[in-house]
Design a protein. Structure first.
Lengths: 86, 86, 86, 86, 86, 86, 86
């Protein structure tokens, strides 16, 4: 990713959560909700708690949506990331 | 639990409080209220005041509800935890 | 008390103030008001200004009401306690 | 006074300001206004700028009204006291 | 002046600005406006930037009006004083 | 550029983003939106994270629009810049 | 200028920006807008980033308007000055 976050920020690619149940039924309302999971794809030099490839959980309204190379990402402060899904 | 909280956070599993009185009568209003007790199931490396297994008391509206492995938890800042039930 | 407050908090048992005058007349409005006096029953390790047994004065709306062993208490920050009644 | 203020607080006894003019005429509106003068009657260990007996000037809405031994006082932060009347 | 300001405060005597123009015409609206100039008459021990006798300029709504010895003054934080008129 | 930013600020020249799609169709609404990309053209002495020529991404409403030599720029705090587009 | 700013402040004389276009046409709305350019005419001892004579750019609503010797100036915090026009 040709993006270098500044400050205490990381760049995250949202992971689309399954919008169907195990039995295959689509849940429309949930399908529209943006997931709050993602994968870290770029890390500021000031961030040591996270590395690229980490799966993270963060607040639904945290960070800023940005477009890079025609794809959508979230630039998010490390303080707004709840933790790492191991 | 495959979740590593970041910052000054812990992951807490809410403990459902009894929604019936000693004599077995269900109190409907109280039954709908989310309890503010829980058990610590994961701790950030930055948190030293608490350990997994601790039973804690916290504000009803503190923290963020998260779903992990189909189960519900609260990610909560250590400052929002009132204390440990011994 | 099996409760260990965290941070700069203490656990306080409210002292019910007399709701009758010296001559025994009940003052209804005042009787409903929660008193802002209490006795310290548990102290965080981070608090050195107070000890269990201290009678304290605090703001009427300070702290959080909690239930422990079927009894009601207030978890309150040391900064919200005005002083010790000697 | 059997009260030990905590933090950066002092206990002040309000001084009732004259509600009549020099010529003895009562000024009703002013008479109802609480004066913002008082005498320091107890000092927290953390306060070094003031001593018991000091006459002080403070904001009309600063501090908290408290009752001790059937008498009324103000518990007030040192930062809310404008100065000492010499 | 028998007043010792506390904290980062000074006591200022407002200087009434001319409410008439050079040609003697009274400007009623302006006449009612409180001037924001004054002379420093007492200084807290914590204030080193100003001395008694300094003419200062300050925000119209800064500070607190106080009465001392039947005269009116402003108790004002040093941060709210724009500068010294030389 | 004859402008020296003060504090933690940089001067940025906005980069107009393409308001037409690959097939040449104009998208009116998007065309009116101000892009949040730009090129750094002047840097305060207090800023070390960025250099002139860096392409940056920043919040749509961050910074202050200024006119210099008949051209428009944004003066923006380093904290409001998300990162560098490499 | 007989004015010594206090704190992190400077005294600025606004520079009236041209309210006519190159071809001489008056633009009424713009003409009423106060310019956000000025020249530094006095500097607090605490300010080292600026000197008298510097042309500066600042936010339209920053600082406080003051009258000195019948002339109008702005007293403005150094943090509200965007930069120096070289």
């Amino acid at each position: 990713m040709n993006f270098q976050p500044l400050g205490k920020r990381v760049l995250v690619k949202r992971v689309e959560e399954a919008s169907t149940t195990a039995s295959g039924i689509i849940i429309p309302d949930n399908a529209k909700e943006k997931p709050s999971r993602g994968e870290v794809v770029a890390v500021s030099k000031e961030v040591t708690e996270l590395a690229c490839g980490d799966k993270v959980l963060f607040g639904k309204y945290a960070g800023n949506e940005v477009s890079l190379d025609g794809d959508k990402f979230v630039v998010i402060e490390i303080d707004d990331i709840f933790g790492i899904i191991g």
